[in-house]
Design a protein around this ligand. Structure first.
Ligand code: PEP
Length: 246
């Protein structure tokens, strides 16, 4: 399968800097053989939709509401995202779990809401440093994914999974290719037990992926792409990661 490289801009960017970054990405990905998406802050969806129109770069969001519509001040619905041509949405990023109290059940509902709207959820799972040190990595990621499988049943082959060890996000500490592959293999087995189509699911690695370590991570058999934070804000670095994925 083609690898998928997804940029997560987090709460970064401006109209001026987005235009410069996306222009460089358009030039650098014209002949790209892999799938590329940029998950941008909600206020910039219209801007980036216009910039990437007709290109090979897909538009992504960083979150969705678990509700359909109504009295949920500040939330953004899947239907609204569809209005702007959004193809992917990150759900359950560890920063949302940590700072916004998102539970496994809420993340599963968000994934369901996205799938119903024709948006591919990029479901993030990952253990904290304390959980890894306590030998609980597998238990934690399996619990997180199980909630999404439970809620989404046979649609599970339509999701993207991102394994993002919390201790590696934005810290400069990357899981070794072997550490990441080990967890990806666990997630693949769990998906296979749930769906005959499990091998279609992209399982991305995220956590300080950069221009220097991407090739080795992406060469692992169950690493089907990357969810890239900091390095997605620098065109040269993001393009190097995309090149490593071909
Ligand atoms: C992320 O936010 O999904 C992420 C992986 O961030 P970083 O690449 O900066 O660690």
């Amino acid at each position: 399968m083609k690898k998928l490289i997804a940029g997560n801009w987090k709460m970064n960017g401006s109209i001026a800097s987005n235009a410069v970054l996306v222009q460089s990405l358009l030039e650098g990905t014209a002949a790209s053989q892999c799938l590329v998406t940029v998950c941008v802050p909600a206020p910039y969806l219209a801007q980036v939709q216009a910039l990437v129109a007709g290109s090979g770069i897909d538009l992504g969001a960083q979150d969705v509401s678990q509700h359909e519509s109504g009295a949920y001040t500040g939330e953004v619905s899947c239907a609204m995202l569809r209005d702007f041509g959004v193809r992917y949405a990150i759900v359950g990023h560890s920063e949302r779990r940590q700072y916004h109290g998102e539970t496994d059940a809420v993340v599963a509902e968000k994934a369901q809401r996205a799938l119903a709207a024709g948006i591919t959820p990029i479901v993030c799972v990952g253990e904290t440093l304390a959980e890894r040190e306590a030998g609980r990595t597998e238990e934690v990621v399996k619990r997180q994914l199980a909630a999404v499988i439970h809620t989404n049943g046979h649609c599970i082959s339509e999701i993207v999974v991102a394994y993002e060890p919390v201790w590696a996000i934005g810290t400069g500490k990357t899981a070794s290719p072997e550490q990441a592959q080990q967890v990806h293999a666990v997630l693949r087995a769990q998906l296979r037990a749930a769906s005959a189509q499990a091998d279609r699911v992209h399982i991305l690695y995220g956590g300080s992926m950069n221009a220097a370590n991407a090739a080795q991570l992406l060469s692992q058999p169950d690493i089907d792409g990357g969810l890239v934070g900091g390095a997605a804000l620098k065109a040269v670095d993001f393009l190097t990661i995309i090149a490593a994925a071909q």
